[in-house]
Ligand binder design. Structure first.
Ligand SMILES: NC(=O)c1ccc[n+]([C@@H]2O[C@H](COP(=O)([O-])OP(=O)(O)OC[C@H]3O[C@@H](n4cnc5c(N)ncnc54)[C@H](O)[C@@H]3O)[C@@H](O)[C@H]2O)c1
Length: 364
């Protein structure tokens, strides 16, 4: 179902929300009676994914549906694409076949009244929406501020007002700046180096304050370099893995900023999705690193992608970009406490990503 809030009209989501907590009667084959409510208390949790048409949000939406959650997506499609979730959007809300499919709302997190309407009856908010680019934040800090800070504050206000059970906030390893050393982790004092990193740190502080003052449960996941299928290589602000794959596939040189010796912690999107769902369902609150726990230099990444695609691509070194950090790797010790256990090696993740890229390229 699609509701284009930006085009106006009434909210068609209300009927779905009213049916929350409906407990089905389950016949027991042995005594032919109705099972006790406590044993068969089954209801579909209502969740909302902001930015659910984006790269990470669309994977999360898919997995939440698979696991039986009732999912609403709110996205303004600024960097996300409707194609990422088009197959999940049911045509008719009343059609029984649509059960378990996504409710899509075209709107923005900067619209507080909209959020207050949509969050009614939600168990969890997975707040993924943001403009996720360091270079763009340097060019357009006000635009990024509006989406990432004002937007996040609105999400928290609406979650507080509607008594949402928990907000899971997509933060970023960029909050660390260059403070990561061999012993990194969530206790290190953040030192953001770009407006984008500032917005993520501000979001975290707001989450913390809303938990302390208003009792809203919040958890903020500091994603490291997330990659996987459907990550857009075409934007001028594209991330390094889709860019390298795109460049190698087109026999272009792989462009490396700096000497390529900088390290990153590349984490497959499937692991990040898992982290989100575990984080929502656990009692954990506060900040957690979400990465693979392994470091890879950009030079090694380029080598791997060239090998996997089987081309002779060259590398073109360019000046390091402002706002880029030298080293970045996650300490996932604390996240393991709520069950996070990354399953994908870089090699496996890259193979899946490249296969899907080839598949999409062939389809045009
Ligand atoms: N990809 C990474 O490596 C990475 C690393 C650290 C943190 N993050 C964070 O993870 C989240 C998801 O990132 P992604 O890589 O999937 O990016 P993405 O650009 O694919 O997804 C962001 C989504 O948010 C939507 N959006 C932006 N502004 C909005 C607004 N005002 N209202 C509603 N929707 C809006 C976009 O249309 C898009 O669908 C972001 O918060 C990002 O900062 C990503």
């Amino acid at each position: 179902m699609v509701w284009d809030h930006e085009a106006g009209g009434s909210n068609p989501l209300t009927p779905t929300i009213q049916h929350r907590y409906k407990i089905p009667e389950v016949k027991n084959k042995n005594n032919n009676g109705v099972m006790k409510e406590a044993t068969y208390r089954m209801y579909r949790k209502q969740v909302l994914v902001t930015g659910g048409a984006g790269f990470i949000g669309s994977h999360l939406t898919r997995e939440l549906l698979q696991r039986g959650y009732q999912v609403t997506v709110l996205d303004n499609l600024s960097t996300g694409k409707i194609e990422n979730i088009a197959d999940l959007i049911a045509k008719e809300a009343s059609d029984s076949k649509s059960a378990g499919k996504v409710n899509f709302v075209h709107g923005t997190i900067t619209d507080l009244p909209l959020l207050q309407k949509l969050f009614q009856g939600m168990d969890f908010i997975f707040h993924q929406a943001a403009i996720p680019s360091v270079p763009r934040s340097i060019k357009e800090p006000l635009v990024i501020h509006e989406a990432n800070i004002t937007g996040t504050l609105n999400v928290l206000l609406a979650a507080r007002d509607t008594k949402v059970r928990k907000v899971v906030f997509a933060s970023s390893s960029s909050v660390y700046g260059n403070t990561l050393t061999s012993s990194n982790g969530e206790d290190i004092i953040p030192n953001p180096l770009s407006p984008y990193a500032v917005t993520k740190l501000a979001g975290e502080h707001y989450c913390h304050v809303f938990q302390e003052i208003y009792g809203l449960s919040t958890i903020y996941l500091r994603y490291f370099n997330v990659y996987g299928p459907r990550q857009d290589p075409s934007s001028q602000y594209a991330a390094v893995i889709p860019l390298f794959i795109h460049q190698a596939y087109h026999d272009d040189p792989l462009i490396i900023f700096g000497d390529g010796k900088q390290t990153r912690d590349f984490v497959f999107v499937g692991d990040v999705v898992d982290a989100n769902i575990l984080a929502a369902e656990s009692d954990a609150t506060g900040s957690f690193d979400i990465g693979s726990g392994e470091r890879t230099t950009i030079n090694r990444l380029a080598e791997l992608i060239i090998e996997l695609i089987g081309v002779e691509a060259s590398r073109l070194y360019k000046e390091i970009r402002p706002g880029d950090v030298k080293h970045s790797f996650a300490d996932i010790t604390r996240a393991r406490h709520f069950g996070y256990d990354p399953q994908y090696s870089l090699l496996d993740g890259l193979k899946q990503t490249i296969t899907s890229f080839f598949h999409e390229s062939r389809q045009g």
